[in-house]
Ligand binder design. Structure first.
Ligand code: IPM
Ligand code: SF4
Length: 466
């Protein structure tokens, strides 16, 4: 009996050495400006050409401004980064969505949106959140810059098979609880090292009931649980999403593909190295309080007290995090006031996320203590769709800024950032020290929770305002 991971692995192994090192064939290589310059330099130095040009798709996302782009990029570092990708993709003929192309967006949003990510593929990118694409029944993970060069040159990757973990979530998701809350709750249970050495398959009736957007949110954060890859088996939801996208197969190719894709799930009785189960009914909206995604509690809880932690290492980490976050133990999460709101990132910038946030802010006003609330769509196409639905008008009327697509304040490689000491309700995936700007304080939440915090000025339980 095979797991989905076994099937994906076996169908891509070119050769396995005695020590288990394998050469994996790569179907899709996504490229962005941060991790590709040296790879292209290496290719150039070795007088090599990309092995299979059409497997590559490039986009600029991390360094692009989210304000008017018609005059280019002001910051010289970001400008050089993006111009280098412009130049490299032109020189090698790689398909590229430049920053003024409406298909441009965060690499993990545009891959699926374009149908460049298809079930059964191996998908890599020089970016840790490539795990997102596993939502399509893909084996998808991040690679380093030297591996980017290797994939460009050979269309293969050296890899070792991971252990397998099943995260099984069953039951109906309570109102106001989202895919983001599921994955934060999972990380709260297994910890940020819990997935180390594993490929995680997310399964169970709750996961199956999620849209593709929700499944992507869950797989996106598999990396924050320490796993290299996260994945979900293919079902009708997957196939419906993929149909008719620009890079998707058509005609007889489509039919044959669908037939194969339907086999991409774990067989009943297949064994996993580790199984973790969660009851969806027990999951509440989640808010991180610390500087690691595992430092997370439910919105109706309080900031934990390190004095109650028996493990000395953990206690010290908690104390340090609380100092950085400027929080006092036992403060009710709902009493934490915020300065900024960021709705965006490859975790939560898809149409469904923007709809959920807009539903909360509709007809209301940003709190006076919230200096900035920004909504950054994941791609130009998401932006266009949202505008068709009037979501931009709802956000603007509520005092939220409506921006151009990109990574933005998820990691502050562009002009969007927190000032030292500022506290942010953010829909992104990492709350590390300085992640959103030096000295900035990040609380990870779902889009609805971020929107609600922007209106109230502090965290509130979205279940209460529905
Ligand atoms: C810049 C890039 C290499 C990085 C990653 O790998 O994840 C970034 O996207 C992030 O989220 O920290
Ligand atoms: S949105 Fe954030 S997490 Fe995603 S790729 Fe960009 S920087 Fe990385």
């Amino acid at each position: 009996m095979k797991t989905l991971y076994d099937k994906l692995w076996e169908s891509h192994v070119v050769r396995t050495e005695e020590d288990g090192t394998a050469i994996l064939y790569i179907d899709r290589h996504l490229v962005h400006e941060v991790t590709s310059p040296q790879a292209f330099d290496g290719l150039r130095a070795a007088h090599r050409q990309p092995w299979r040009l059409s497997a590559n798709l490039a986009v600029a996302d991390h360094n692009v401004p989210t304000t008017d782009r018609s005059h280019g990029i002001e910051d010289p570092v970001s400008r050089l980064q993006v111009e280098t990708l412009d130049k490299n993709t032109r020189e090698y003929g790689v398909t590229y969505f430049n920053m003024n192309d409406k298909r441009q967006g965060i690499v993990h949003v545009i891959g699926p949106e374009q149908g460049a990510t298809l079930p059964g593929m191996t998908v890599v990118c020089g970016d840790s959140h490539t795990s997102t694409h596993g939502a399509f029944g893909c084996l998808a993970h991040g690679i380093g810059t030297s591996e980017v060069e290797h994939v460009l040159a050979t269309q293969t990757l050296l890899a070792k098979k991971s252990k397998s973990m099943l995260v099984q979530v069953d039951g109906a998701l309570p109102a106001g609880v989202t895919a983001k809350d599921i994955v934060l709750a999972v990380i709260g249970v297994i910890g940020t090292a819990g997935g180390t050495g594993y490929a995680i398959e997310f399964s169970g009736s709750t996961i199956r009931s999620l849209s593709m957007e929700g499944r992507m949110t869950v797989c996106n954060m598999a990396i924050e649980a320490g796993a290299r890859a996260g994945m979900v088996g293919v079902d009708q939801t997957t196939i419906d999403y993929v149909k008719g996208r620009p890079f998707s197969p058509v005609g007889p190719h489509w039919d044959r593909a669908v037939e194969y894709w339907r086999t991409l799930h774990t067989e009943p009785g297949a064994k996993f190295d580790l199984v973790v189960t969660l009851d969806a009914a027990q999951i509440k909206p989640q808010v991180t309080w610390g500087t690691s995604p595992e430092m997370v509690v439910s919105v109706d809880a309080r900031v934990p007290d390190p004095d109650l932690e028996k493990d000395a290492v953990k206690r010290e980490a908690m104390e340090k995090a609380l100092v950085y976050m400027g929080l006092t133990p036992n403060t009710a999460i709902e009493d934490i006031r915020i300065d900024k709101v960021f709705i965006g990132s490859c975790t939560n910038s898809r149409i469904e996320d923007l709809r959920a946030a807009a539903a909360v802010v509709r007809g209301k006003q940003r709190a006076s203590n919230v200096k900035l609330a920004m909504v950054v769509p994941g791609s130009g196409l998401v932006k266009e769709q949202a505008e068709r639905e009037g979501l931009d008008t709802i956000f603007r009327a509520a005092g939220f800024e409506w921006r151009e697509p990109g990574c933005s304040m998820c990691l502050a490689m562009n002009a969007d950032r927190l000032d030292p000491g500022e506290r942010c309700a953010s829909t992104s995936n990492r709350n590390f020290e300085g992640r959103q700007g030096q000295g900035g304080r990040t609380h990870l939440v779902s889009p609805a929770m971020a929107a609600a915090a922007g209106i109230a000025g502090h965290f509130v339980d979205v279940r209460a305002i529905r």
